[in-house]
Write a protein that binds this ligand. Structure first.
Ligand code: ATP
Ligand code: MG
Length: 314
């Protein structure tokens, strides 16, 4: 196991920020930490890297015990912090050179690494810009370049896409995938379930400092007790058709709002009733449009366990 955190407890006064938190990530995997604001993601990272003291538990990185003195382990780690930490008075190129220089003292090697990092985040045309002139998305990309220029084996990204435009967001996600393909191990925190679904091999969903569930996206979605939900627009549905839909063996519930022409059919877990539903519509010669099938999401699982939504409104 490349990252192994066991039974981590972290208290801030009376607040239990981490409550016997565990994490295991293997080499080359993108491991997601998904949780709402204040759930303990950043605290978990700070404990992982010995940046703060904790009250209980152990952390092993690269198979060795992590502690504040382990500079040899720290050299192999790249941290991209949630709050952008670049110098406003240095250019893009100078910033990356500075952060890379904390680890790489050989000038020639450093220059080559910096060029690779600039290329990697696609900022060649911005290399002489200072951060105040960069958009939020470009600043995040610079922050990423500064964290990974020294070619660390373990990369920790703490909410790297908050408040970035879709183009930079895609750019960042593609970069993260590329790093994993090179064999780097990535810990990726976010409160966006779409990102976790797009890039993470496995994830933990956390809330109030506790790991609620862990596994692949598919495994976690399969924990949901609900099945598919089909939404379809159809006006003037006959009572007989509605009764027959209700009588379908796969159907749990049916809701029809005639004025809006909105039919919603809830299916039992693991059942797909789309074909049978379409056959009934055809048999009754009934028109419909705007059909879509919704399967349970990570948010639905979170909602079932905690009774609240995963995401806030940003
Ligand atoms: N230095 C601190 N002193 C006191 N409480 C803290 C401190 N740092 C974090 N906390 C609290 O610990 C809890 C976990 O915070 P943390 O920053 O780890 O959450 P997070 O999941 O990273 O949230 P976000 O999505 O907002 O980044 C929160 O309730 C937070 O208020
Ligand atoms: Mg945080």
């Amino acid at each position: 196991m490349l990252v192994e955190m066991k039974d981590i407890v972290k208290r801030y006064g009376n607040l239990l920020a981490l409550d016997y938190f565990d994490l295991e990530a293997e080499k080359g995997e993108i491991y997601g930490l998904l949780g709402p604001n204040g759930s303990g993601k950043t605290t978990a990272i700070n404990c992982m890297l010995s940046l703060i003291k904790f009250d209980n538990g152990t952390v092993n990185l690269f198979g060795e015990k992590m502690s504040p003195k382990r500079d040899d382990l720290k050299e192999r780690i790249g941290l991209v912090m949630q709050d952008i930490g670049v110098y406003d008075e240095l250019t893009v190129e100078e910033n990356i050179t500075y952060f890379c220089g904390l680890y790489i003292s050989d000038r020639k090697k450093r220059k080559a690494y910096v060029e690779e990092a600039i290329d990697f985040v696609g900022m060649d045309s911005h290399r002489k810009f200072k951060p105040p002139r960069l958009s939020g998305g470009l600043k995040r990309r610079l922050n990423l370049a500064c964290g990974i220029a020294h070619k660390p084996d373990l990369i920790i990204l703490d909410e790297p896409t908050v408040a970035v435009d879709p183009q930079s967001r895609n750019h960042i996600l593609e970069n993260v995938r590329a790093l994993a393909q090179e064999g780097k191990t990535i810990i990726y925190t976010t409160h966006y379930m779409e990102e976790v679904e797009a890039i993470c091999d496995r994830l933990s969903i956390i809330d109030r400092g506790k790991v609620l569930v862990r596994g692949t996206t598919e495994e976690i979605k399969a924990m949901s007790s609900s099945g598919e939900i089909i939404h379809v627009k159809a006006f003037h549905l006959e009572d007989d058709l509605l009764d027959r839909i209700r009588d379908m063996k796969e159907v749990d519930a049916v809701n029809y709002e005639p004025a809006a022409g909105q039919l919603v059919v809830y299916f039992s877990k693991g059942e797909s009733g789309l074909m049978s539903l379409l056959r009934l519509f055809e048999e009754k010669n009934t028109d419909f449009f705007d059909l879509h099938v919704k399967t349970p999401s990570l948010n639905d699982v979170f909602l079932e366990i905690t009774g609240k939504e995963l995401r806030d409104n940003d």
